[in-house]
Design a protein around this ligand. Structure first.
Ligand code: ADP
Length: 423
């Protein structure tokens, strides 16, 4: 037995105390171990969690990069579409379901003579005939659900207009509005008109001599005992009209050749003096036969020009031929040529029948004749001067005319010379 006054324990008590101490210690250790284990598992969990968060953040970053890429490419595409829309020569107008304009490119604004205010106030445009025409078309398209194609003409311009429904790509049976496309066909129509008039004129020019020739042939067939004088008269008519047809065909061929050459643009060097001297030689007997004097004065120090020699020859002879044709017996025709250091001038003058001033602007048009009667006597078709004009224009020159009725006419052809061409 241990006796420690106050702390007096029996051995048993000491034993139990020891046991309790040990158990306490074990419990403490156990709780520490549990804590460590828990802490470790929590740490591991946190680690996994952290990794997941990192992975998620990486994915988000990648996705955001992709979104930026998509948005960039969409911006580029939008930019592209917008630029095409803004620079298109054809006009584009988009109407919404309430048939109000929501989009319009600059060409459409020009064609419709409208500005941006159309988006804010459509009432302003109720006087605009073209706008009202489009509204009518859009209405019809919405009601019928069918594409419309119509022509619109104002005083100066012609347009082909297409209108069609804009379907919603993402929702079936949903319509977004109506798309209108406006194509300027003014030039196309002008060319078609010229072509149509040309064919009509050519047919007309052919019909007259053909009718005369076939009439004379019919007459010859019917008359068994025709006397020599009548027979010669009939043959003369056939001869004149056949020549007229031949001349017409050759003029038409020249015209078509000139047009082909305009595209080819094949120029050669022409010695103007040589050609004019040839002309004098060729036309003097023709003029003399009619009792007309052909005067000439050719002073060329820079005689070379650029162009097609054959056409140039044809052009000068057309003007000279007219001068002789439209001058009466005992009259005169003169051919004068001179040059400065830039241009060569060819002046063809006559004291013949002349023309009134109002014809002067038109005599270079195809098939234009001052007086049908006057030309039919001479067999003219009204193509000659249009050939001259085409040839001179092809040579970068011009032609001017001055004329007074019953006093005479003066034609001046001005052509640029080749500088190095001093003879
Ligand atoms: P055409 O072959 O019928 O003469 P052109 O084209 O050569 O056709 O001429 C057009 C018109 O111009 C003619 O109908 C003619 O009346 C007139 N003309 C041309 N040259 C002269 C001229 N020197 N004097 C008077 N009229 C002319």
């Amino acid at each position: 037995m241990i006796n420690l006054d106050i702390f007096t324990f029996t051995f048993d008590q000491l034993y139990w105390l020891m046991i309790i101490l040990i158990v306490e210690t074990v419990l403490i250790i156990l709780s520490i171990v549990t804590m460590i284990v828990n802490w470790k598992s929590q740490w591991q969990k946190d680690k996994v969690h952290l990794e997941k968060v990192q992975e998620l953040s990486d994915k988000l970053e990648e996705r955001s990069k992709r979104l930026v890429d998509i948005s960039d490419s969409n911006n580029r595409r939008f930019n592209y579409i917008n630029s095409v829309f803004m620079t298109m020569k054809d006009g584009i107008v988009v109407f919404n379901q309430s048939q109000r304009i929501i989009l319009m490119n600059p060409s459409a604004q020009t064609y419709l003579k409208m500005n941006q205010s159309v988006f804010f106030d459509s009432l302003d445009h109720n006087q605009n005939q073209f706008y009202l025409f489009l509204k009518e078309m859009v209405h019809k398209t919405s009601v019928t659900n069918e594409t419309q194609v119509l022509f619109y003409n104002d005083n100066e311009y012609s347009y082909e207009v297409f209108s069609s429904i804009i379907d919603n790509k993402y929702r079936k049976d949903d319509k977004l509005g109506v798309l209108v496309a406006i194509v300027d066909v003014t030039e196309k129509r002008r060319v078609e008109k010229i072509r149509k008039e040309f064919v009509e004129n050519v047919s007309h020019e052919f019909r007259t001599p053909m009718t005369l020739i076939s009439g004379v042939i019919e007459m010859l067939k019917m008359w068994d005992n025709i006397d020599v004088e009548d027979r010669n008269k009939a043959l003369d008519i056939i001869d004149i009209q056949t020549n007229r047809l031949k001349r017409l065909i050759s003029e038409l061929l020249t015209l078509s050749e000139i047009e082909g050459r305009i595209q080819l643009n094949d120029q050669m060097i022409i010695d103007v003096e040589d050609i004019l001297l040839d002309m004098i030689e060729m036309f003097t007997p023709i003029a003399n036969k009619k009792g007309i004097t052909l005067l000439h004065d050719i002073q060329l120090s820079y005689p070379l020009v650029e162009g097609n020699e054959e056409f140039f020859y044809q052009a000068i002879s057309n003007v000279l031929d007219n001068a002789i044709k439209y001058t009466s017996e005992c009259g005169w025709v003169s051919l004068v040529s001179y040059a400065d250091n830039q241009f060569c001038y060819i002046k063809i003058e006559d004291n013949g029948v002349g023309m009134q001033e109002h014809h002067l602007d038109r005599i270079f048009d195809r098939f234009y004749r001052v007086d049908e009667h006057r030309s039919s006597k001479t067999g003219g078709s009204g193509i000659g001067l249009s050939i001259v004009k085409d040839v001179v224009t092809l040579m970068n020159g011009n032609i001017e005319v001055d004329s007074k009725l019953n006093q005479g006419s003066t034609f001046i052809i001005k052509l640029p010379i080749i500088k190095e061409s001093v003879k």
